[in-house]
Design a protein around this ligand. Structure first.
Ligand SMILES: Cc1cc2nc3c(=O)[nH]c(=O)nc-3n(C[C@H](O)[C@H](O)[C@H](O)COP(=O)(O)OP(=O)(O)OC[C@H]3O[C@@H](n4cnc5c(N)ncnc54)[C@H](O)[C@@H]3O)c2cc1C
Length: 461
């Protein structure tokens, strides 16, 4: 008999005025009893709209049924058929606009907390697993993966399970892509990402860090070394700026640089050698997940006032709903319908203030969202000593410029067909390098599709 409660089980979490001073994980996860209770809210409906709402089509009602019966390992096995990073996706996927959006229970109440259940199952498995991973027998074929973000790791895992000898080449000194250098510890503990990478290594995947493809080695040299196919999952790490006066002042960061210093280089630790400006008043320009992460990190580094400066309204904020709510609870100040026009300097060429126009919403633009237009008036000036630009990123042109025959779009996205095949023979691509900045689950989906295509390509060669 289903649990017909209209509301979902809350997930225990650190109190806002405690967590905004530490980098420990905010949400603490369900207990076994809470998970079973929430799972019983699933009606196991026949047409399963949640499954089609999931970009990798996890068999959601099937795994939830196992949770409801207390069979957590069986639930894990079902998720694993479709997803290789469930502990990550359970934490960072925008479920409210994917699986949970289509949950029938959402019509008259709150959707079943699918993401929280996925997280519970993955954490349960990681805590209790005693099964040894069996390394598949090699099929003698070598595949190179460029980039160790979710697209590259998924592609690597799927190919390794089929017996391919897979090497992942990563530019940074640690594997994980945005999962380690971008998303902060308090949303996604790095130990969880490391666990997922260790599982891949146990399958035989080799990871070569500090290797920049296009500099240390070219794609051509990978083929010379005997790799029969290459997957490019190099992400979209090139920051964009607004082009306004003052963006070259001391105290202006791109969100990527700021977050890399904090997350990858652990600048928040007392003994860290990574320099970071501990500003008192910070303006973060942008409204996506990246902006929320940067703002919440700035607060945890000790800033007294942190502003999100966003040119549209709350309704158009692209960040995950939960992240916006968490940021508000923690004390981030939202300056909505506000568009920066200039960053003002002090006598030392450091940031002193940010000048902004006040905006209102006009007619919808090409994206379907109402276009922000400048309101009459003088605008506002916020006194700040640091500005973090978080208005988007693009793929880095390095690989394109060093690989013959690899076509890209005008904005730098690698062009592929629906299977991830690029315009260069035996080279595949996926994730943010193809789509521009998107989501973890879409990157994973692209890695999966490409792994299938690479397998077929090598078998039919
Ligand atoms: C701060 C932040 C927060 C986010 N929050 C969320 C969220 O909550 N939910 C969500 O779903 N998505 C979120 N995203 C988006 C999501 O993380 C990305 O869409 C996803 O990581 C893309 O995966 P990827 O594999 O394509 O690339 P990435 O994760 O970017 O990984 C690419 C890797 O390739 C490496 N690389 C680049 N060039 C080379 C080269 N030439 N040679 C070797 N290696 C190279 C990079 O160092 C990097 O490690 C967030 C992104 C950021 C930046």
């Amino acid at each position: 008999m289903a649990n017909m409660r209209l509301t979902r089980n809350e997930m225990p979490s650190q109190a806002p005025d405690v967590r905004n001073k530490n980098f420990l994980e905010v949400a603490l996860g369900y207990t076994e009893q809470q998970a079973i209770d929430e799972a019983k809210r699933c009606l196991n409906c026949k047409n399963r709209p949640c499954v089609s709402g999931c970009p990798v089509n996890i068999l959601i009602p099937d795994f939830i049924k196992e949770v409801a019966e207390g069979n957590f390992e069986k639930a894990y096995d079902i998720i694993s058929l479709s997803s290789s990073l469930p502990a990550v996706c359970g934490r960072v996927c925008p479920q409210e606009s994917q699986c949970e959006k289509y949950c029938v229970r959402g019509i008259k109440g709150e959707a079943v907390a699918i993401g929280r259940l996925e997280r519970f199952v993955a954490d349960y498995h990681n805590k209790n697993k005693n099964s040894k991973v069996n390394k598949p027998e090699s099929n003698g074929h070598k595949v190179a993966i460029v980039g160790s973000g979710p697209s590259g790791l998924t592609c690597a895992g799927d190919l390794a399970k089929k017996g391919y000898e897979v090497t992942v080449f990563e530019a940074l000194h640690l594997a994980g892509g945005v999962l380690v250098y971008g998303i902060p510890e308090f949303r996604l503990p790095k130990a969880i990402v490391q666990q997922e990478i260790d599982s891949l290594k146990a399958l035989g995947v080799k990871v070569e860090t500090n290797t920049v493809i296009g500099r240390t080695l070219s794609v051509d040299e990978l083929f010379d070394d005997g790799f029969e196919a290459v997957f490019i999952g190099s992400g979209a790490g090139l920051p964009k700026f607004m082009g306004i006066k003052g963006e070259n002042l001391k105290g202006v960061y791109s969100a990527n640089e700021f977050l890399t210093r904090v997350n990858l280089m652990k600048a928040y630790k007392e003994d860290s050698t990574t320099p970071i400006m501990k500003a008192k008043k910070v303006a973060v320009v942008g409204g996506g997940n990246v902006a929320m992460d940067a703002a919440r990190c700035a607060l945890r580094l000790g800033a007294k006032e942190v502003y999100i400066v966003y040119r549209r309204s709350l309704e158009e904020l692209p960040a995950r709903k939960e992240e916006v709510e968490h940021a508000m609870e923690e004390g981030i100040i939202f300056k909505l319908l506000t568009n920066p026009t200039e960053i003002i300097a002090d006598d030392n060429f450091s940031v002193k203030a940010i000048k902004c126009d006040e905006m209102e919403l006009g007619e919808p633009d090409a994206s379907g969202r109402r276009r922000p237009v400048k309101k009459e008036g003088e605008g506002i000036t916020l006194e700040v000593d640091a500005v973090i630009m978080s208005i988007g990123t693009a793929p880095n042109p390095l690989i394109k410029s060093t690989t013959e025959g690899l076509d890209t779009t005008a904005w730098g996205g690698i062009i592929t067909d629906e299977n991830g095949k690029t315009t260069r023979e035996a080279v595949y691509a996926g994730g943010d390098a193809v789509t521009g900045a998107a989501t973890v689950i879409l990157a994973m989906g692209a890695g999966k599709t490409a792994a299938k295509a690479i397998d077929e390509y090598i078998k039919n060669k």
